[in-house]
Every structure is written in structure tokens, then in C-alpha cells.
Design a protein around this ligand. Sequence first.
Ligand SMILES: Nc1ncnc2c1ncn2[C@@H]1O[C@H](COP(=O)(O)OP(=O)(O)OP(=O)(O)O)[C@@H](O)[C@H]1O
Ligand SMILES: [Mg+2]
Length: 254
Amino acid sequence: MAYELEVKDLHASIDGKQILKGVNFKVKEGEIHAIMGPNGSGKSTLAYAIMGHPRYKIDSGNIVLNGESMVGLSADKRARKGLFLAFQYPITVSGVNLTSFLRSSYDAIRSPDGAPGKGGVPFVQFKRILDQKLDLLQIDPSFAGRYLNEGFSGGEKKKCEILQMAMLQPRIAVLDETDTGLDIDALKVVAEGVNKLAGPDLGVAIITHYQRILRYISPQFVHVMFDGKIAHSGGKELAEQLEEKGYGWLRAGA
Ligand SMILES: Nc1ncnc2c1ncn2[C@@H]1O[C@H](COP(=O)(O)OP(=O)(O)OP(=O)(O)O)[C@@H](O)[C@H]1O
Ligand SMILES: [Mg+2]
């Protein structure tokens, strides 16, 4: 069965402030969606709510993966069920090197109950897969020995998020502004990386402000968020129109 994530009339708040005001959204394996919208419209909030960030409270509505509600499940459980989020602002974890971090998450995601040591593969095999993915994303192998995101440039952090996606092989991934901060060459590498990973076994929702990345990663669907709701949906041409005309013409009719 193809994986399907459905967000149904989702209302969510943070620190008592309502941010999401009835989001409806569906993504299936094999599909690429782009989510656009002005700053503060709730795009990252939607991403966090899907992944189960504990600070975001679901007030009503539902997040359903393959018929099963995700509401109330911790982020690691959602990850084991096939969801993934690439952060807009990846955090630095000093003292944890990238290889051990990836090894622990690779192990945990394969473990039926998330307990360490149950889902692992021998280190040599893990290392072979890691090297392949580093190569795919053109990340210098020396990064594998560095602390997670410590001293990484903005673009390097974004690449590292996609490296995590490549390693964890989710079925539905939300990429929150993965293109922001990437130089032109890095943008191409990341977009090609996402394209190689995308396919029948992966559904992607890419949150972006720019049509630039959509030249490389071709979405079938483009959605625009305003004030906590998806106010418009269309095809790829919608992103081109937004680039040209801004949001004003849509907002007028929202
Ligand atoms: N703790 C909080 N208390 C009150 N408001 C908050 C809190 N956290 C976030 N918000 C508000 O929620 C709204 C939505 O934020 P969100 O990060 O989801 O927007 P976004 O669409 O991702 O914006 P951007 O394009 O700038 O990344 C913003 O107006 C933000 O100020
Ligand atoms: Mg955001």
C-alpha cells in the first residue's frame, strides 16, 4: 500500500496562541508538493505539528498516516512509522559526532520499539551506506567525524539535513526551507540528491520561498499558506506566478 499522510482540518497552537486554523493537506508516496506562503503564515508550525514537536498543541483536527492518527505519538515513533522533517533551523549538538548520531538514528529507526541496538547493521555495512550518501550529496567525508552542525555553514547544515533523510529513508518527508542559504552549486547538488531519493517510495512536501529550487525539483502540486490555512492550491505554474506577482493578488481573494 502506498503511504499517505493526510492533515485534516488541523488547528494547532503554541504557548496559547492559535497558529494553524484549519489546514487540509494530503501527500502520497511518489508525489512532490511545494508549500509556499509569506513569513509567519504557519508553514514551519505545520511541519512541527506533523512531526510531533511537543510545544505545539493540536486543538482539533487530525494528522493521519495510512489511516492511523499520529496525534499524541512522540516524534521518534512518527519517524519509525516513516515520517521525516528537515529543519528550517538545524540545531548544533556539540560533543556528538555526525557518524555516531546517524548510526544511533539509523539503528533506532529500524528497531521495532526504538530500543538501542535492536535495529542495527554491522558498522562496516553502515559505513558503506554512509559513504555512498556522502558522495551522493557531495559532502566531504571529513564532516562525518565532526560534531553535529558545530561550525557548519548555513548551507552545510542544510545538506546535513538531507544526508539524514538519505540515511533514514522515510516514506513521507517535509523539507522546511532546505534551499535557504544554499549557494547555486549546493542548491543543484541538494536538489539532485532529493530527486534521486524521491520516487515511488517517497513523498515530499518542500516548504520554500523561492521558485529557484522548483526548477530542479518539479512539484506536481503547489500550495500557498496564509494566516494558518492553505488558501490556494495549484500546479507548478502557481509558483511561477507567485515569483512574478508576489502574494498580493492571491491574498485579495483569500
Ligand atoms: N511561542 C510563540 N508564541 C507566540 N507566537 C509564536 C510562537 N512561536 C511561533 N509563533 C508565531 O507563529 C507564527 C507562524 O510561525 P511559523 O514559524 O510557522 O511561520 P513560517 O510560515 O514558517 O514563517 P517563515 O517563512 O518566516 O519561516 C508566527 O507569527 C510566529 O511569530
Ligand atoms: Mg518557517
